[in-house]
Design a protein around this ligand. Structure first.
Ligand code: FES
Ligand SMILES: [Fe+2]
Length: 318
C-alpha cells in the first residue's frame, strides 16, 4: 500500500485563462467527474459539476452564459457559480434541492485552477503565489503545450527528487542538487550542464518548487532566463493532463527573443516526452530500492503523502 492512490488534495489547473473568454462555457473532465466551467460577464470563472439536477443535461454543452450564471440547454434552468438554481423560466417555486456541486476556483498567472478537497473534504489551506514578472513588458507571454498521459500523478512528482535520471533521460550533468521541503512546498535546486540535441552545451541553474501536489514553478537561469510552469491534473486515477507554460525574459531585442521560443519549447517537449515514455510503462515501487547517488526520493514521498489525507496515517503505520 503506497499511501498515494486515488486523487490528491490541492489546487489543480483545469485550463489556461486564454481557453475561456467572457461568455464562454467549457466542458471538462477531472477527478473522475464531468465538470462545467464558464466565464461570467464580470470576468470571473465558475466551475460546477456538469449535470443539471433537473433531468441531467450537461450544462456546458449547449448551455449559455447569462450574466454570471449558466443556463442549461435542456429546459433553461439557470445556476450561479455557487451551484444553486437561481431561476426556472416556467416556474415560480424553485425546488429546494435544485443545486449542483460548486468547486472553489482561483485564477492566477494565466491559469484557471480548482481546489480538489480530497477524502478529508478540507477547504483550501494554502495559496498559489503570483509570478511578479508575469505579464510585464520585459517578459514574453506564455508559450504553452499540453499532454494527456496514462499515469498516476505520484510518478510526475517523484521526478523532482530523482537526481540520477537527469544524465540518462535528459542528457544533463548535475554538479549540485539540493532538496528541501516546507509545509505544502517542496523545492529542488540544481546546477548543471545540459547537452543540447543541436550539439552545444548550456550551463544552467534552476530553482523548482511544487506549491502543493500539482503546481510546479521552475525559474531557470542559463543562456535564456525563463519561468516554466508545469502543472498536472488527474482526469481519472491513472490518466492526467500535463500542461507546460514557458515565459522567456526579453534579452536585447524582443523579436530576437521571440525567435527563441519555438526552439526552446521543442527542447522542453523533447525532455518531457522522454519522461512520458517511462512514466506510461513503469510500475510504482514503494518502498523504492535506493542506493547512494539517488536523490532524496524517500523524503519527497513523505512530503507528498500529506496530500492524501486518510491514507497517510494508514501507510505510516505499516
Ligand atoms: S435538464 Fe437542465 S433544465 Fe432540464
Ligand atoms: Fe525528468
Amino acid at each position: 500500500m503506497s499511501g498515494v492512490t486515488g486523487f490528491p488534495r490541492g489546487w489543480f489547473v483545469v485550463c489556461f485563462s486564454s481557453d475561456l473568454a467572457v461568455g464562454q462555457t467549457r466542458a471538462m473532465r477531472y477527478f473522475g467527474r464531468d465538470l462545467a466551467a464558464w466565464r461570467g460577464e464580470d470576468g470571473a470563472v465558475r466551475v460546477t459539476d456538469a449535470h443539471c439536477p433537473h433531468l441531467g443535461a450537461h450544462l456546458a454543452i449547449g448551455g449559455k452564459v447569462c450574466g454570471n450564471n449558466i443556463e442549461c440547454p435542456f429546459h433553461a434552468w439557470r445556476f450561479g457559480g455557487d451551484g444553486v438554481c437561481a431561476e426556472i423560466p416556467y416556474a415560480t417555486k424553485i425546488p429546494p434541492r435544485a443545486q449542483v456541486r460548486s468547486w472553489p476556483v482561483h485564477e492566477q498567472n494565466g491559469h484557471v485552477m480548482v481546489w480538489h478537497a480530497g477524502a478529508g473534504g478540507a477547504a483550501p489551506d494554502f495559496s498559489i503565489p503570483a509570478i511578479p514578472e508575469y505579464g510585464s513588458d520585459g517578459w514574453l507571454p506564455w508559450a504553452t503545450s499540453q499532454y494527456q498521459i496514462k499515469t498516476h500523478p505520484r510518478e510526475i512528482v517523484d521526478n523532482l527528487a530523482d537526481r540520477a535520471h537527469f544524465p540518462r533521460v535528459h542528457s544533463t550533468d548535475i554538479s549540485q542538487f539540493d532538496f528541501t521541503v516546507e509545509g505544502h512546498t517542496a523545492t529542488q535546486f540544481v546546477k548543471g550542464l545540459a547537452h543540447l540535441a543541436s550539439g552545444g552545451t548550456d550551463p544552467f541553474s534552476s530553482t523548482t518548487t511544487y506549491h502543493g501536489p500539482g503546481y510546479l514553478l521552475m525559474r531557470m537561469k542559463g543562456a535564456l532566463q525563463n519561468y516554466m510552469l508545469l502543472t498536472h491534473t488527474p482526469v481519472e486515477e491513472n490518466l492526467l493532463d500535463l500542461r507546460l507554460a514557458v515565459t522567456l525574459k526579453v534579452v536585447g531585442d524582443r523579436t530576437t527573443t521571440e525567435g527563441y521560443v519555438g526552439k526552446y519549447m521543442d527542447n522542453l517537449r523533447q525532455g518531457f516526452e522522454d519522461d512520458i515514455r517511462i512514466w506510461e510503462h513503469k510500475v510504482y515501487k514503494e518502498p523504492a530500492m535506493l542506493c547512494e547517488g539517488d536523490g532524496p526520493i524517500g523524503r519527497l514521498r513523505r512530503w507528498y503523502r500529506q496530500f492524501y489525507p486518510g491514507q497517510a496515517a494508514a501507510s505510516e503505520g505499516q
